[in-house]
Write a protein that binds this ligand. Structure first.
Ligand code: HAM
Length: 439
């Protein structure tokens, strides 16, 4: 039987050119996190299935996880998100850790989804979270870090918008203003979350089926508010008893003071997970043809308490998750990915087998001098060897023949410009390193 070369449905193979893009994305994430004082942590992809039952939401556990029984009859899940894992880790060492914690990680996550643009079954996700800060400074920092990362990728402010809402407000609207029970509130949140993806008529019909009293019309007014002041006006006398409005206003004002002007209140922003308790935010592409969500997060003050019997053991937390699939799409469609560039400084092309040993010695010397070198070793036509270097985006080649072996002087060719220069062995490493730095 012939084996298929296809990868498993919804996951990706990373050929070197894809791995290079992934390295680039990860390096921007890592640099930004370090700049903001975040420390890296990590964990296994395997977690006990129970971890996700408590707070991630039923949908994720029942429909979206890879869960199986191991040989010891334990129920195991391939992590679909990192937040429960990091909450578990922080809760375990709560008494020893020096709060506030600023932690980041780039885990691969698994969700059993219908693969489509921007949604796969395995993705990598930057998670940056702050533990131990109960005031809005944590939200401001998380959003500032998000904005910093987008700028580090080369995105301008008008390329993305940061939508903000508060779980305090959405919960108040659902439970008190609309007087819905938990099940109806959950159904309505999910519907509102999908509002932009469905025709207005369908949306109104489905909302009408959940909200049966006369508040339906005013609920639509709330959802169409352009800003938080409009929202307050639409609430009328009810505004006085609403929760969360002040924190939304304060967040937006504080962000504006920091120079982050593309943050907006969004009454339709819900975020999927049950664990959020305060400000929630999600970053969207502003391209009118493609107003997609890029990433999001929020405050989750009660999640760590689930690992303790005592109510006083709460640890306030704020963070976000940014996926590599959506970010890569964004960078590609906006032409923001850097040109492919090889990490190899020099490709040594060799005319004949007799010169291999000389090439190996030269490569060792250059490597000791800090240069990255690969040797061809096929003894094919020199033109073909140079083509290989070009295809791999290696910038410089040196061809080794009898003349080079005797003279110890080499013609360094820059494939991108065609320019050649004669360099002695003593100067070769220096020349190549200078060229790398100048790029
Ligand atoms: P989430 O909104 O489920 O949040 O995922 C965050 C981001 O991960 C998404 O906006 C998207 O970029 C990416 N993502 C999620 N699922 C997929 C998928 N199937 N394929 C490709 N990309 C995907 C969370 O996971 C929260 N735990 C984030 C968080 C951290 N909240 C607080 N701290």
């Amino acid at each position: 039987m012939k084996l298929s070369t296809e990868s498993y449905k919804g996951v990706r193979d990373f050929y070197p050119e894809d791995a290079a893009v992934q390295d680039y994305i990860f390096s921007i994430w890592q640099e930004a996190c370090k700049r903001f004082g975040y420390e890296r942590y990590d964990a296994s992809v395997l977690e006990p299935a129970d971890l996700y039952r408590a707070k991630s939401g039923e949908e994720i556990v029942n429909e979206q996880t890879y869960t199986f029984r191991d040989r010891g009859d334990r129920e195991v899940t391939l992590r679909p998100e990192m937040t429960p894992t990091v909450a578990r880790m922080v809760a375990q060492r709560r008494r020893e850790l020096a709060f506030p914690l600023r932690w980041y990680s780039i885990p691969n996550l698994f969700r059993y989804e219908q693969p489509q643009r921007g949604r796969l079954r395995e993705h990598w996700q930057l998670n940056a979270d702050i533990f131990g800060i109960a005031n809005l400074e944590a939200e401001i920092e998380a959003i500032a870090l998000s904005s910093y990362i987008m700028h580090a990728f080369g995105a301008k402010d008008d390329a993305f918008s940061i939508r903000i809402n508060s779980r305090k407000l959405t919960d108040w609207v659902m439970k008190e203003y609309l007087a819905l029970d938990d099940a109806a509130a959950a159904k309505l949140s999910k519907l509102v979350d999908r509002k932009e993806k469905m025709p207005a008529e369908d949306f109104e019909k489905q909302v009408g089926a959940i909200i049966t009293n006369k508040t339906t019309g005013s609920f639509f007014d709330l959802l169409s508010s352009k800003n938080i002041d409009d929202f307050e006006k639409a609430l009328g006398a009810h505004a006085a008893s609403a929760h969360g409005i002040a924190e939304i206003k304060e967040t937006l004002a504080r962000l504006a003071k920091l120079g982050i002007k593309n943050a907006v209140f969004s009454p339709t922003l819900m975020r999927g997970f049950d664990y959020y308790t305060g400000i929630i935010f999600e970053v969207f592409d502003t391209d009118p043809r493609n107003r997609r969500s890029l990433f999001g997060g929020g405050r989750y003050d009660d999640l760590l308490g689930l690992f303790s019997a005592s109510a006083t053991d709460k640890v306030p937390a704020v963070g976000f998750g940014m996926g590599d699939v959506t970010i890569r799409d964004f960078l590609e469609t906006r032409g923001l990915l850097p040109k492919p560039q090889s990490p190899i400084d020099l490709y040594l092309c060799v005319f004949e087998e007799a010169q291999f040993s000389f090439a190996e010695h030269l490569a060792s010397t250059l490597r000791a001098g800090g240069v990255s070198v690969a040797i061809d070793f096929t003894a094919r036509k020199i033109g073909d060897q140079i083509k290989v270097a070009d295809k791999k985006h290696i910038r410089h080649v040196v061809c080794i023949g009898d003349a080079e072996v005797t003279s110890g002087s080499f013609k360094v060719k820059d494939i991108t410009t065609g320019i050649e220069r004669q360099v002695t062995e003593a100067n070769l490493a220096e020349v190549l390193i200078a060229a790398r730095k100048a790029q």
